[in-house]
Unconditional design. Structure first.
Lengths: 283, 294
């Protein structure tokens, strides 16, 4: 915790130090700018960025303060990312179970799962949105946020599937033989042995999945143009940066905090499950 | 839990010569071959093995590495299947005996689940077989008392020494009061002092429970100290070379095996007998004669 604060202070010092010492037009070597401009437009002061957060979004009298707008946007995105993470969790663990049970499924599925992650997300998002808009089952109608959640889950399921598979395969041979000796069936072996043994592998996978879900949600918000989330705010305020440079940094901070909250929630899960991580500590 | 004597009658073990053959044998292995198919070709792990273990009898399997002693135990436990021949446990097929939980088993490593406390580890087989919670905890307490770990019930395996972990594994193997205990070098990873202590404990526990024991080891003194009969095996292909009955003084009942036995003349005579059998029947040193060759 202390070192985290120190780390932030170091970044602030480097930022302000560079601003103080570097030439206003940056450093240009042979036509290429190797160090950025240090003007207030390119690099606002840290205190300006923080002060901007407390000010209203626009000059209109009814405008909310910037921090509130960003917090609301971040919470919207967090909600969508959480849905995506949960879907990714279910799909990832489901795939891992199938692959653990049948070796042939592992051979058949794993390459496709790896391949799935090479599809560029930006290209993929509008397609998902347009497919989604055609889904209509009874009174259920596909919402745009669902497309974003789906894309978030697409990024989240990958580390979860791989981590869960490794975890489910992790029990020692002696433990598997003991279960055989006890005439334990597939399900009791799963509950008493495989899942508990998978926890040390699952937790980092879930953390990675949470971070991926946030990134996926933000990127998908941008590329599908979904309103209300932090992805939209990033684009919107970046567009206003020439007039209000400090404002564009607000949603960036928001996105960072969002990622920390997502990863932190999984860390909390790790504390709850600490008894299942005893081997991790011993190693 | 009935004491050994009450189950098999007094004097059962007094005649330490020929093993008694009650109506129901604990283990019956007849004409067993085991061939493992590997990429390098077939490996004959066991060849024409015949062995009978009586109820309540303590039999050790001893031999150099690669003699198939662990394989033989695994066949009895239904962890592998024989290529030829049959294995029956209490007159059932090995598989049926496993499904009926006729035996308890312990390996060289304790194999405790690291996320469970000592008592939760002992409870695993009971949980899996639907023993009610109250009965379970009283049985676990009883077992931990028996192996002397009552004070450690709430510890985790990583907080225990190797010897203590192994005692937990033995308690777990005894959880369902099996009439047969299979042990694959359970004390192999322990230091000599702990090992001797554990052997004395095992003698006491097996006498208390009256269970038959098939014990795999490569330590001659261990086999002699524990066993009613020592099965000496030879490698490649694994065969039974000789079965040496233990004659340990006038009182050969298992409960009478105490630390003093380790220093008795009869003990050293039996160690010599087993050594000679291991080295192919040629006399190794002057010692006991008249070893029965079967």
């Amino acid at each position: 915790m202390l070192w985290g604060v120190v780390g932030i202070l170091v970044v602030v010092l480097i930022w302000e130090g560079y601003k103080l010492l570097a030439p206003a037009d940056g450093v240009v070597i042979g036509g290429a700018r190797v160090l950025p401009r240090s003007t207030d437009l390119a690099m606002p002061h840290v205190w300006d960025m923080l002060a901007r957060l407390a000010e209203p979004v626009t000059r209109s009298a009814s405008a909310q303060p910037l921090w509130l707008v960003i917090t609301l946007g971040a919470l919207t995105t967090l909600g969508i990312a959480a849905v995506g993470w949960l879907v990714g969790l279910v799909v990832g663990i489901g795939l891992a179970l199938v692959m653990q049970r049948w070796r042939i499924a592992e051979w058949g599925l794993l390459p496709w799962i790896v391949l799935s992650q090479t599809v560029p997300l930006i290209a993929f998002a509008p397609v998902v949105k347009s497919w989604g808009s055609r889904v209509e089952i009874g009174s259920f109608q596909w919402q745009d946020w669902m497309s974003v959640a789906l894309i978030a889950s697409y990024l989240a399921f990958f580390p979860i599937a791989v981590g869960a598979l490794k975890g489910l395969q992790s029990p020692d041979r002696i433990h598997e033989e003991l279960m055989h000796v006890y005439a334990a069936g597939y399900w009791s072996t799963l509950v008493k042995l495989r899942f508990p043994a998978a926890v040390p592998y699952l937790l980092p996978a879930l953390r990675l999945g949470a971070a991926n879900a946030v990134v996926g949600a933000v990127v998908a918000e941008v590329s599908t143009g979904l309103q209300g989330g932090i992805g939209r705010l990033l684009i919107q305020f970046a567009g206003q940066a020439s007039g209000d440079p400090a404002k564009a940094w607000g949603p960036i901070f928001g996105a960072i905090v969002l990622g920390l909250v997502a990863a932190g929630s999984v860390a909390l899960l790790g504390v709850i499950l600490k008894n299942y991580r005893r081997t991790e500590e011993a190693a | 839990m009935s004491l050994h004597e009450s189950q098999t009658g007094p004097g059962f073990r007094d005649g330490a010569g020929a093993p008694p053959q009650p109506a129901e044998a604990a283990v019956e292995v007849s004409g067993v071959d085991k061939v493992f198919q590997t990429r390098a070709g077939d490996v004959h792990a066991l060849e024409s093995v015949d062995l009978s273990v009586a109820a309540g009898e303590f039999v050790s399997l001893i031999g150099p590495s690669g003699c198939g002693k662990s394989t033989l135990m695994r066949l009895i436990a239904d962890l592998d299947e024989p290529s030829v021949g049959s294995v029956t446990v209490f007159e059932k097929s090995a598989k049926q005996a496993r499904l009926d939980q006729e035996y308890g088993i312990a390996f060289q490593s304790a194999g405790l689940l690291p996320w469970r406390t000592v008592s939760a580890n002992v409870a695993v087989p009971l949980e899996l077989h639907g023993v009610a919670s109250a009965a379970r905890s009283s049985r676990v307490a009883e077992l931990l008392e028996m192996v002397g770990l009552a004070d450690f019930a709430d510890r985790y395996p990583d907080q225990l020494s190797g010897g203590m972990q192994q005692r937990v594994a033995i308690a777990r193997a005894l959880a369902e009061q099996p009439r047969l205990l299979l042990m694959d070098e359970p004390f192999g990873a322990l230091d000599e002092m702990t090992r001797e202590k554990m052997q004395t404990e095992l003698v006491r526990i097996s006498a208390e429970t009256g269970a038959a024991v098939v014990f795999v080891t490569h330590s001659i003194p261990e086999a002699v100290f524990l066993s009613d009969r020592v099965v000496v095996m030879s490698p490649r292909p694994g065969r039974i070379r000789e079965i040496v009955p233990m004659r340990l003084g006038a009182d050969a009942r298992r409960a009478a095996r105490t630390e003093e036995l380790r220093e008795e003349r009869a003990f050293f005579d039996m160690v010599t007998a087993v050594r000679e059998a291991l080295h192919g029947g040629s006399p190794v040193a002057s010692g006991a004669r008249g070893v029965e060759t079967r």
